[in-house]
Design a protein around this ligand. Structure first.
Ligand code: CP
Length: 314
């Protein structure tokens, strides 16, 4: 693994998950990153990704530098061959090359604008760093993917499952704002590589990118989809078909005890942050089926496994 910006960067999933599990039990390589620096660049807010990735790097002995790009750096231009006479003072060609002089791994968070599907799918920010940095690049969530979150989710399911092939349901839930597709996209791509019975449920108009769904079962009746589920991953996303639009805030899709009762006493997952009583009811988040804090804890070990793999290849 050179970069980790998409699920397909993982050559073999099980050894990476086993590495994360081992690191959770015991920090086997506290010196591997000594003398190496992780640069974390945030174009958007973060709580979990920022803290867990910084902790993961430090557990490996790395130094960490964090920059909130929008407030602290020169505005970056990502288009090629433009006359730079607007507010953008620095091109990604120099920006990424210069950051590579100070950092051994560059990690980047850059959300989509959710205005132009083709533009967001082009992933100009993360791909700009991959193209012009001379060091490995890790995604801290890009326009279309959140691979560190998905690795965490796989780790959590692997740890908790009690049957060989659990039924895993990804369910849409309402939200007042238009949210990206990165988390559900990467969760689906990760689950497609695991031995699970995978179902997605969402209202009509909310089907995810068909290139991500592939042959995953999509059921538009949430209650039908939830039957016998062992894990329910609750997440909102905006419409992909009517790109970036909020078509529904139907509260009947909020995940509650009534929905849990349909499942096989499922464990309930969410990447966080979560809007209580909009996306998931208090009774679930405060109840014994919620594993959202367990998931958040696992962010550190997923990030540590990825950084360790990259460091070993430097
Ligand atoms: N789940 C997640 O990525 O959380 P943050 O946005 O707080 O980093």
């Amino acid at each position: 693994m050179k970069n980790y910006t998409k699920i397909s960067d993982i050559e073999e999933l099980l050894p990476l998950l086993e590495e994360a599990l081992q690191l959770k039990k015991e920090n086997t390589d506290p010196q591997l990153g000594k003398g190496k620096t992780l640069g974390m660049l945030f174009f958007n807010s973060s709580l979990r990704t920022r803290l867990s990735t910084e902790k993961a790097a430090k557990l490996l002995g790395m130094d960490v530098m964090v920059m909130n790009v929008n407030s602290d750096a020169w505005a970056l231009e990502f288009e090629d061959a433009v006359v730079m006479d607007s507010n953008k003072a620095e091109h990604i060609k120099e920006g990424a090359a210069v950051i590579s002089q100070y950092c051994d791994i560059i990690a980047v968070r850059a959300f989509p604008e959710l205005q132009d599907k083709e533009k967001d799918n082009a992933e100009s920010v993360i791909n700009g760093f991959i193209k012009y940095a001379s060091v490995p690049v890790v995604s801290l969530e890009s326009a279309t993917a959140h691979p560190l979150q998905a690795l965490t989710d796989a780790l959590t399911i692997l740890e908790i499952k009690t049957v060989k092939r659990p039924k895993v349901v990804l369910t849409w839930a309402p939200h007042p704002r238009a949210l990206p597709h990165a988390v559900p996209n990467s969760f689906l791509e990760m689950m497609q590589r695991m031995d699970v019975d995978l179902v997605v449920t969402n209202p009509e108009g909310y089907d995810l990118n068909p290139n991500i769904i592939k042959d995953t079962k999509v059921i538009h009746n949430q209650e039908k989809a939830l039957e016998n589920a062992d894990f329910v991953y609750v997440k909102n996303w905006s419409s992909y078909e009517q790109y970036g639009k909020v078509l529904s805030t139907d509260a009947s899709w909020t995940f509650s005890n009534k929905k849990l009762a349909i499942t096989n006493n499922a464990k309930v997952m969410h990447c966080l942050p979560v809007r209580r009583n909009v996306v998931i009811a208090d009774e679930i988040l405060d109840g014994e089926n919620s594993v959202v804090i367990h998931q958040a804890n696992n962010r550190t070990f997923a990030a540590q496994a990825v950084l360790k793999t990259i460091l070993k290849n430097l």
